[in-house]
Design a protein around this ligand. Structure first.
Ligand SMILES: *Cc1c(COP(=O)(O)O)cnc(C)c1O
Length: 403
């Protein structure tokens, strides 16, 4: 396959992409159109919990697809019933609404909180979010996000999302008024560069919410489903939210997301919420398979072990190469480069390792969410050997980028 011959101009040009076409993926490895393989520490942006094309997913799709794909969300189907049962049995929530993307699940969370405010709090509708947060790319979730520059893109914004500072409880408290209905945050900011909430901050938020009768909303699109070494991120903190959203990992690579709520908060009435593909059996069958694998205590213990291994190898590399701090929880980690060479390191790791010892016809996929930060979000079943190989490639790529 020759890249130059592909009619790529038929696609909207929404981001700068490398001149590569990925044709296959297995576990932690991707293959491009030239047959070069890549060790993947991006995994569809922390999506492929079980790696590329795991048998759990291919088997679930093959079993469900010939049986029933979409009866309509206005009818019950067995996989949706079973996945909701599984999610509620393993979390502090009693009700689930399925969606297709993280942004859509967050839209649902915002609607649910506003509805609850209308019924219980005199029409309070404001949701306090944090600077540096990312909640999605719809107009409302962009407005909720605290990403620099997003306040003026596609203006006017949806009002009602005052921004506080992560890990600064006083900054949250200062924004609470009689219009406030809730506080929404990612337990670990993902796109913002892997910024974990501190346990004290999470406990403080819960207390604030209880004192002011506000809803605590955890956007666990990135932190949920094993990423932090617990099945859900809030369990790592020991703080129960009132509403939680899931996306990314819950589908293990297919479009599936969920909005979960405590019984008392699940106040949608008929007609308030829906969606053509929501809770379709094909995607829910995959969710059951992914959750079945990830919820296994031995699997979660592996995430903790692999996360600790990745952290210690990154810390050692930081000392060796004079990099900055390493941070993160479980298998969502980042390292400071102390120079704005993130994009260069990503490019070198992808394109320039193939003539290095041990990397013949191979590359490494990394992500740089900010100019001087690298983020690591491998498959949750990544092996310690794959982590060691990544460190080796990273060392070479940083050397090349500094030249
Ligand atoms: C990726 C992400 C989203 C958006 O999910 P989409 O499926 O891309 O809509 C929302 N919140 C967080 C924390 C995310 O990481």
């Amino acid at each position: 396959m020759n890249f130059k011959d592909l009619p790529i101009s038929a696609l909207m040009d929404i981001t700068s992409r490398p001149e590569l076409v990925f044709t296959e993926g297995h576990g932690s490895w991707l293959t491009d159109h030239n047959g070069r393989t890549y060790l993947d520490f991006v995994q569809g942006w922390a999506v492929n919990a079980l790696g590329h094309s795991p048998k759990e997913i291919t088997e679930a799709l093959a079993a469900q697809a010939p049986r029933l794909v979409t009866p309509s969300p206005a009818f019950y189907n067995l996989p949706a019933i079973e996945l909701a049962r599984l999610l509620t049995s393993k979390s502090c929530f009693q009700r689930v609404f399925f969606a297709n993307t993280g942004a859509e699940a967050n839209e649902g969370a915002i609607k649910l909180a506003r509805k609850w405010g209308k019924k219980n709090k005199n029409g309070a509708y404001e949701i306090i979010t944090t600077v540096g947060s990312f909640h999605g790319r719809t107009i409302a979730t962009m407005s909720a996000s605290g990403k620099p520059g997003w306040d003026t893109m596609f203006a006017p914004q949806v009002p009602g999302f005052p921004k506080a500072t992560l890990n600064d409880l006083a900054s949250v408290e200062a924004l609470i008024t009689d219009k406030t209905v809730g506080i929404m945050l990612e337990p670990v900011q993902g796109e913002g560069g892997v910024n974990p909430a501190t346990p004290e901050f999470m406990r403080g938020l819960r207390e604030l919410c209880d004192r002011h009768r506000l809803l605590l909303i955890c956007d666990e699109v990135q932190t949920g489903v094993g990423r932090l070494g617990t099945l859900f991120g809030y369990q790592h903190y020991g703080v129960e939210p009132d509403i939680m959203t899931l996306g990314k990992g819950i589908g293990g690579g297919v479009p599936l997301a969920a909005l979960l709520a405590k019984e008392a908060v699940a106040v949608f009435e008929h007609g308030d919420q829906g969606g053509t593909y929501n809770g379709n059996p094909l995607m829910c069958a995959v969710g059951i398979a992914v959750l079945g694998a990830v919820a296994n205590p031995a699997f979660l213990a592996h995430v903790v072990e692999a996360g600790a291994h990745l952290a210690s190898r990154l810390t050692a590399l930081s000392k060796e190469l004079d990099l900055g701090d390493e941070r993160g929880v479980g298998l969502l980690r980042a390292i400071e480069l102390k120079a704005e060479i993130g994009a260069k390191v990503v490019g070198m790791a992808r394109d320039n390792l193939a003539d290095q010892p041990g990397w013949t016809n191979r590359g490494l996929l990394l992500n740089s969410p900010r100019p001087a930060v690298l983020r690591f979000m491998p498959a949750l079943n990544v092996t310690l050997g794959e982590i060691d190989l990544m460190i080796d490639g990273l060392r070479i790529a940083i050397g090349l980028a500094r030249k």
